[in-house]
Design a protein around this ligand. Structure first.
Ligand code: ACO
Length: 300
């Protein structure tokens, strides 16, 4: 069974409630229809019912009537959500008046619904930039205990089965942190290990990537990767992680053996942690376009 079918199967068993704040966007509405018809999740759409139903009818989508629809301007929990927002952001000076306006923004409302426990998750970004989707999530949902930095991983399925886990690799951070420091880079590696196990479904072998392999080059950018590797190892000694490694030393067995024969990761990596967002974002798009890889994500 392929990865997407496995994820769908797992989702069907959990049958979680997912909010889609971009319900006026065609691809999102089509996805909602499929999710409902295949019983993958319970769907909550944010928008005006009449417009959503008109769009659904024009597109020939027959399942949208089974979704819960929340009008962002007028719903029973609006005051309660405003209270919650003011409580969460009092230290930043958020007033009731500001919160009452903000909560009408579907991207904000979706995150407040998550925080209040009314939905389990959100899918967005088809019609809005990554930054605009993430900011309210940072402000109103936050991170899980022990994690200070959110990052975005891509599950990459390559045509060439020679690399990674039978052609599957996880890349991070490809979506969020423009220039992580060494502590943040270590956290990105640890979070990505969890994402790999939970979603890609294999044991992570993590390569901390650089333009240097084990001291072949000296530069402060290399030091950042070396230090991040140490921090991650110390924080979670059970991690299979090594760095700094160049991409070929991480992925190609013969190169790994030649450049660092003592490494358990070199030549066998299935998780690639990039030193910054420029590298990570370029890398996943390059694999997609030049190697015709399929990219799933970013999973936060
Ligand atoms: N994890 C957790 N919280 C964070 C993170 C993070 N990675 N980054 C920022 N925050 C929090 C801050 O602590 C702050 O919280 P506070 O208001 O409680 O103090 C809040 O978010 C806003 O922080 P700012 O530093 O003001 O962040 P800003 O809004 O300027 O930027 C953002 C955050 C939007 C994530 C920014 O880093 C960004 O734009 N990143 C790049 C996104 C992007 O364009 N990705 C590439 C495209 S994605 C793709 O191709 C798939």
């Amino acid at each position: 069974m392929d990865l997407v079918e496995k994820i769908k199967d797992k989702a069907r068993q959990e049958f979680k409630k997912i909010v889609l704040p971009e319900s006026y966007e065609e691809r999102t509405l089509r996805a909602a229809d499929i999710i409902i018809s295949e019983k993958i999740a319970q769907i909550v759409l944010i928008g005006e019912k009449e417009k959503i139903y008109t769009d659904a009818s024009r597109l020939g989508l027959n399942n949208i009537s089974k979704a819960t629809i929340i009008n962002p301007y007028d719903h029973e929990k609006k005051d309660k959500y405003v209270d919650l927002m003011v409580k969460l952001r009092a230290h930043k000076g958020l007033t009731r008046e500001e919160a009452s306006k903000l909560v009408e923004d579907p991207l904000v409302l979706a995150t407040v619904m998550i925080k209040n426990g009314d939905v389990d998750g959100e899918l967005a970004g088809a019609d809005n930039s990554t930054g605009d989707v993430l900011r309210p999530a940072f402000q109103f949902v936050g991170t899980k205990p022990g994690i200070s930095v959110v990052s975005g991983a891509f599950i990459m399925i390559l045509k060439d089965k020679e690399f990674g886990e039978d052609g599957m690799l996880v890349f991070a951070d490809c979506a969020v942190n423009p220039d992580p420091d060494e502590q943040q880079l270590a956290e990105i590696a640890i979070s990505t290990a969890h994402t790999t196990k939970a979603i890609a479904g294999f044991d992570p072998k993590i390569a901390m990537l650089s333009f240097s392999t084990k001291g072949s080059a000296k530069h402060e950018l290399v030091d950042k990767v070396v230090n991040a590797t140490r921090i991650a190892q110390k924080a979670d000694p059970s991690l299979d992680i090594d760095g700094e490694l160049q991409l070929d030393a991480a992925l190609v067995e013969s190169v790994g053996l030649k450049k660092c024969p003592e490494s358990k990761i070199a030549g066998k990596a299935n998780v690639l942690i990039f030193p910054d967002l420029q590298a990570g974002n370029i890398a996943y798009k390059m694999a997609e376009r030049l190697a015709h890889a399929t990219a799933f994500g970013p999973v936060l």
